[in-house]
Design a protein around this ligand. Structure first.
Ligand SMILES: Cc1ccc(Cc2cc(O)c(O)c(C(=O)NC/C=C/[C@H]3O[C@@H](n4cnc5c(N)ncnc54)[C@H](O)[C@@H]3O)c2)cc1
Ligand SMILES: [Mg+2]
Length: 214
């Protein structure tokens, strides 16, 4: 029977990456996407910008919206200090199953908690279910029309503190116009655009980094 793209991506990780070596998992996925099949991972070019933001923030608590195959999950977690926690939300059971295996191969199971469910349902439960006060860093990479409602939801649920960083993928392609409009005009955020390219292509895309001012 036909395999799915996430299954073929996982097979490439298990074939080409070293168990317990997160950066080799990242490299194997990028190689698969460049040489075999494009997939919607943040990728190596935008990934370097992601790395620099993670290193600068040095977060103790991270929330990722949209795990997909856990490429950015592993990339972020590989840079976290000991005892830091990353919670990632994924509502597609098939993608979640693949992501769990990619995370396991990278050996990052103790830093990453993958929650299978929709961001809109789980953001309001974060504090009680995961003993989270606020998130130091949020990486938005799920359906693009959810960036704005979920950001407002995180504000309402008190999950952001003065200095929390939101980093949003794809603000140009596919694009998140309502989110950009809100975040760039709100007095509660200070935003910065990092110009780059859509993963594995020459098409323009970029990341928007926003600091919550409280
Ligand atoms: C026109 C066009 C099309 C596609 C592209 C290329 C392109 C490039 C990119 O970097 C992209 O991130 C995307 C993109 O669409 N990403 C959406 C990613 C979803 C994953 O997250 C999951 N999910 C979606 N909403 C939720 C939610 N509420 N709660 C929990 N999980 C959610 C899904 O289950 C998927 O696992 C597309 C460029 C241009
Ligand atoms: Mg993306």
């Amino acid at each position: 029977t036909q395999t799915t793209r996430p299954q073929r991506l996982l097979a490439a990780v298990q074939k080409n990456a070293t168990r317990g070596d997160p950066r080799s998992v990242v490299k194997a996925i990028d190689q698969f996407c460049r040489q075999k099949e494009w997939a919607m991972n943040v990728g190596d070019e935008k990934g370097c910008i992601l790395d620099s933001v993670v290193t600068e923030v040095n977060p103790a608590t991270v929330l990722e919206l949209g795990t997909y195959c856990a490429y950015s999950t592993v990339r972020i977690a590989s840079l976290l200090p000991p005892h830091a926690k990353l919670i990632t939300l994924e509502f597609n059971p098939h993608n979640a199953a693949i992501a769990r295996q990619v995370i396991a191969w990278a050996g990052l199971g103790d830093k990453i908690q993958l929650v299978e469910g929709a961001s809109g349902d789980w953001i309001p439960k974060m504090k009680e279910k995961f003993a989270i006060e606020t998130f130091d860093l949020v990486f938005l990479d799920h359906w693009k029309d959810r960036y704005l409602p979920d950001t407002k939801l995180m504000e309402e649920c008190g999950l952001l503190r003065k200095g929390s960083i939101l980093l949003a993928d794809n603000v140009i392609c596919p694009g998140t116009p309502d989110y950009l409009e809100y975040i760039r005009n709100s007095p509660r955020y200070k935003s910065q655009y990092f110009r780059s390219h859509l993963e594995y292509t020459k098409v323009e895309d970029g990341l928007e980094k926003s600091v919550f001012l409280g």
